[in-house]
Design a protein around this ligand. Structure first.
Ligand code: NCD
Length: 321
């Protein structure tokens, strides 16, 4: 496999972390440990090895919709031999509907379980939860804030597909303002060397100044391209995202914002042969399904990698047995 994954011992690893709240919790050495651990998890699934988290329970507490993130966390826990309790629609289907605070819900759920994966519409919700939680909190997306496990699986995918995590030209397209996956991915990429980031934002949806400041401070080179067509010929990775309409001010305003350009056959013709197209999914209309059959369309392989990376995160944070 890749340089990094063979250079580091690809074994399941415990992490020197209590919670995983932001991509900023992860420096290069921790990222490499986690990716090595995910590689070991991939082998564990293939070889259906023993369940190292037998007897432990994960709560998935999701106050926003999810398909991949929640189900891959749950499948990851089951693959590790643990068990899962789940609230898939916590805004309506938990005591939040009766007015219970997030903090109180976390105190209670933490009394029943060993780990909590939390998705919430408010930026900073995972950090708030971590302040009162008796068990590790994993941020499964907090509003337009962070989504660190998605960014880890994005890196895992890049590593697998392109064989390196340094010196890449990465085009980031779509809703860079509200897209938490892009925000976390930029932070993780900033831990590696020599990247050029090419932003291709949908109109008005440029990456936040907070992330740009970190990129500047870490010496990451970045520029903005006019459109996907212009950027495509030089890229190693084209990371497309949907406009986060649920995070735009009002319905009318949300509907009025166009996407940032569609990945279609024309874009694929311009993209280098070795490059890959990624997307955290769900896609709406920003990638033409006609390109799904192109070997460079990596987004479904990317989603599949979520299982191994989340196994590594769960194992890494679980209490020592
Ligand atoms: C993303 C999210 O929830 O931020 N989805 C995911 O976790 N794969 C992207 C999105 O919803 O657009």
């Amino acid at each position: 496999m890749s340089e990094i994954l063979t250079a580091s011992p690809a074994a399941p690893a415990r992490l020197p972390l209590r919670h995983l709240l932001s991509a900023e919790d992860l420096d290069r050495s921790l990222i490499e440990t986690l990716l090595g651990s995910a590689c070991a998890m991939e082998r564990l699934v293939t070889e259906s090895g023993a369940g190292p988290l037998r007897g432990q329970i994960l709560a998935t507490l999701f106050y926003e919709p999810s398909t991949r993130t929640r189900l891959s966390f749950e499948a990851a826990m089951l693959r590790l031999g643990g068990q899962v309790v789940s609230v898939a629609d916590a805004l309506a289907g938990s005591s939040a509907a009766k007015g219970e605070s997030l903090e109180d819900s976390i105190r209670v759920v933490g009394g029943y379980t060993d780990l909590i994966a939390l998705r919430h519409p408010e930026v900073g919700a995972a950090a708030r939860a971590a302040r009162v939680s008796p068990v590790p909190i994993i941020n499964a997306g907090d509003g337009a804030g962070q989504h660190p496990t998605q960014a880890l699986l994005d890196l895992y995918t890049i590593q697998r597909e392109l064989g390196r995590l340094d010196h890449l030209r990465v085009g980031l397209a779509g809703d860079l303002k509200h897209g938490r996956t892009v925000r976390s991915l930029c932070l993780l990429l900033s831990r590696f060397e020599g990247h050029d980031l090419i932003f291709i934002p949908a109109p008005g949806l440029q990456l936040g100044e907070d992330i740009l400041a970190v990129l500047r401070q870490r010496g990451v080179s970045f520029e903005t391209a006019a459109d996907i067509y212009a950027a495509a010929p030089t890229l190693d990775v084209l990371y497309q995202t949907r406009v986060q309409r649920e995070r735009l001010a009002g319905d009318a305003e949300g509907q009025a914002v166009p996407g940032g350009g569609r990945v279609d056959r024309g874009v694929m013709e311009r993209l280098p042969r070795h490059a890959i197209v990624m997307h955290p999914l769900p896609r709406v209309d920003e990638i033409d399904p006609a390109v799904d059959g192109d070997p460079r369309a990596a987004y479904f392989r990317q989603a599949g990698n979520g299982l191994f990376v989340r196994m590594a995160v769960l194992y890494g944070l679980a209490a020592r047995g």
